[in-house]
Ligand binder design. Sequence first.
Ligand code: AMP
Ligand code: MG
Length: 491
Amino acid sequence: MSDDTYKNQIGWNFDNSYFRLPGYFYTKMHPIPVSDPHVVIINQKLANKLGLMLEKPSKKELAQLFSGNALPKGSEPLAQAYAGHQFGHFTLLGDGRAHLIGEHVTSDGTRVDIQFKGSGKTPYAKRGDGRAALGPMLREYIISEAMHNLGIPTTRSLAVVTTGEKVYRESMLQGAILTRVASSHMRVGTFQYLATQKDGKGLKQLADYAIDRHYPELKGSEQPYLELIKAVMNRQIDLLVNWLRVGFIHGVMNTDNMAISGETIDYGPCAFLDSYDPETVFSSIDQMKRYAYANQPHITQWNIARFAESLMPLLHKDIEQAAALAEEVIQSFNAPFQTAWLSMMRRKLGFFGEDKADELLIADLLKWMKHHHADYTNTFRDLISETIPKGDYYVTEDFQDWWERWLIRLKQNSESTESAFSLMRASNPAFIPRNHQVEKALFAAEEQSDFSKLHKLLEVLSEPYVDKPEYKEFQKPPKPEERVYQTFCGT
Ligand code: AMP
Ligand code: MG
């Protein structure tokens, strides 16, 4: 292709509804061009799903496109304004290093945000450089795609390019830009931001926009904004229970990192449990263990409380009555969460129907796992058998007792044991992005420009519920010397 027509030939179909919202929702601005972009990875499957024809442009042209050096027709780039409680403290934030380049509408009418992360400083950058390093962007790529394949709502990753420029963190690193695809980027913090604006007009506009985009069934209801809080809470409960199911620890559940759509967003120092311990924290910046594995339900409820608070002006003219309405929703969190959690754990253990002894069986297994530092993922997968699992730590009296109780409960099922095992196979992944494997793939990519480990890992994680003996290595927990104790944002 001679000129720059390639920009418009890959099939973008932009319709930028957020851009049509009032100016105080965002700052219009272009990504800052980079000197020498190169494609590191492109998600061909996702591109196909979005109807993008990435075969047409050359690699060089793709690098221009996915660095923001060349913007396609119809793109109206902006940086979103938002606020957020970061580790409990309220701050005004906004996209400091991200640009929403537009909303792409696929042929079946699905609308997705296309956002660059690491694409240069915006007015919200504060002291940040507006850039991102290759490691963290590839980390988000790996883990978000793994989450998608695990069947968990998440933003996705379409491409990573290096910028040809250095970024300075603890050391000098390669700069990179991630193209993120999300059903939207509205966060709890977006509502908090608009609630701080004087006239409150923007708040109603945002709430109506969120209902239109994500909860159209609420339109016309008597109390749409109260219903919105409940609906967001329900999606967050579903998300949270999925996280707990696979042992995911988000790591930075600040209110600016909680999406209204119910997708997992902002992969920073997130990680998966190896050995089971509910108090596990990986993030180096989470000294108080605020975002520990088992604290995630409490934090989800806390964040929903902040969401409800920000919507209070829309709930009732009388502030006390508004507070009472909000409070009622927040207090209703536990019952549906407990129900969803219990039913998820039942599926993990292959139980159909309910038995009053189930809760004790679940609690006893978790207690045993904690005591023996059992691997969270492998334990559930090992149970899928009519014979007692093999392995050193199963040869304990307490496990044998528990296993016999479990087997009796399994036989009480209304469905066959084979059906129970199918249910377990679908609820318990064989493959998760184990921290030590992720770190190995990132090290090879960053330090040795060797992307083979990254591709291999992505392949392993592509069908996480299917047994694949050839990938046995990836099921192993870390050896003591491989164990990752801390993860870093690397922002
Ligand atoms: P995060 O911890 O990634 O959710 O980011 C929190 C806030 O810091 C967001 O407003 C980001 O846009 C901003 N931020 C993070 N890293 C940078 C950076 N390198 N330059 C500018 N802003 C940043
Ligand atoms: Mg964030």
